[in-house]
Design a protein around this ligand. Sequence first.
Ligand code: S3P
Length: 181
Amino acid sequence: MNYPIYLIGYMAAGKTTVGCLLAKRLGWHFVDLDEAFAEIHGLTPAEYIREEGIETFRRKEKYVVEDLAELPIEKVIYATGGGYPCWEDNMECLKELGTSIYLRWKPEHLAERLMLTDLNERPVLQGRTKEELLQFITPQLEARTPYYEQADYIIDAPVKTIAAEDDQHIAEILYKLILNS
Ligand code: S3P
């Protein structure tokens, strides 16, 4: 498996939580690309999208990923922003830079997980009920799927009821995958 590793997937797929757990277990570095974006630009992705719009955000987000890839550290797990792989040639870039792993969930489970988070941090989802979320997620996930499924590995999330337990389970699957490849 080539380093670094990029976790990709829809919002609330667990990229950050799983990435953090996995990096700790492996003794690797962990970088949340939304957080890196906020450090570099002084605004969170949500704030930036509100102020500058999605197109400008996507262009800047692309530079953040590519600039960080220049750093001379290899053993890094990156959690990408949910829409990053679906913009221009970003998926091809990820595949050239390292190994991409898609954390795949069904829309109904993503909606449940999203309801446990602060939707104000996600401008496009703000103020929606669970049913409205599902109506929004289903077509967007369908449109994003052809990009996500280009990942080097696809992990189907095991569905239980407690989000934190699910994330630990996924981290465990990825740990074994990395050690054995
Ligand atoms: C986005 C997902 C967010 C963040 C931005 C846009 C998206 O990241 O990059 O708000 O379009 O799916 P997370 O997937 O980490 O929530």
